[in-house]
Design a protein around this ligand. Sequence first.
Ligand code: AMP
Ligand code: GLY
Length: 422
Amino acid sequence: MKLLVVGGGGREHAIIKALKKNKDVEEIFALPGNGGIAKDATCVNIGAKDLDKIVAFAKENKIDYAVVAPDDPLVLGLVDLLNKEGIDCFGPTKAAAIIEGSKAFSKDLMKKYNIPTAKYEVFSDEKKALEYLDTQKAPIVVKADGLALGKGVIIAQTIKEAKDAVKSMMEDKIFGKSGDNIVIEEFLEGPEVSVLAFTDGKVVKPMISSMDHKRAKDFDEGLNTGGMGTIAPNPYYTKDIASICMEKIFLPTIDAMNKEGRTFKGCLYFGLMITKDGPKVIEYNCRFGDPETQVVLPLLESDLLTIMKATTYGTLENTEVKFSNKSACCVVMASNGYPLHYEKGFKIDIANDILDKVYVAGATLNDKGELLTSGGRVLGAVDIDDTLKGAISKAYKLVDKIHFDNAYYRKDIGARALKAEV
Ligand code: AMP
Ligand code: GLY
């Protein structure tokens, strides 16, 4: 089989490493991939948003199955375009990807189908949004409706801060068209849990739970990032919470999407907050999370390609989705300064014996075949162990064997989860 994986981050590296375990896989093309992925797949310099070029490449190279990993091409409808050419895909159609593409859509969906989430209002008029804020109390959350690289959410500590956020989104257009509509919602408190789930639109099979660490600095300080590290499983996601989520959130969401004529197939990501009133949805993503995937897939014991195809062909019910009962930890090594300004082009040294535990996100190869930093998040060091404590300690030992100038990483990945275990 010839596979195509769209995307070029640590998540795609994890997906590719897992797909390679299937003996029927002859070749994997990564579009665009990256310098680290180049060790595991054939990278082709076509960007993930270059839909026409991707479709042309897939046709020319007689791709048997395509995995569309990032949000942008899914929301833009790449799966529909590939399907039209007879190429089967893992991932939702454009109609279903709107569950991530528009926060106003997903909030309205949850309200209509009684799926627990924060109370909210949607605004397309700046004046009305500002007037509404005068009637509210801080802290309060302001969200751009569309995709904004994970940066479109402002937790405002004062009403003035919330108003400034509304102005910067609606007037100054800092997120472009993504800020044409905004959501203002209630501030929720509690530990966060990420649950990625396979679904074929009929059944839903959740993967092992995980915890992201979104802030740049230790102890959850600093700016929001794409994610500085993850652990799995998440100790806050107890068996009781899991069964409440299945009954009140996962199944109702699949059902709601079907009723709306937007059947979702692929990986649906539930960003949950475990509040004192029970689990609530903070956000849906229409894809695997990054860096959640880097801790979830190494714990998957079943074959990833088989499961992916089962979501496409509607046979998930009879397909095994089994996880090991070990724990995993991913420590993201970033360029100092990320998520703001950072320098790139530094040589990355990784000890040879740990290469299979490194998931590369932002690196290119130079003509000597050396790996150079090229992005904010450079790579993730991932290890597994019988205990969470062991996995964390092993992941940090890997970090000690990886060097590049200006490397920055959080020292406390998993610390909060360890406290919750005792
Ligand atoms: P999102 O991009 O929607 O995942 O939001 C980014 C982060 O903002 C989440 O992971 C939460 O930590 C935080 N957040 C989003 N919505 C809320 C809310 N209603 N209450 C508290 N925190 C929130
Ligand atoms: N780690 C959060 C995300 O992938 O959006």
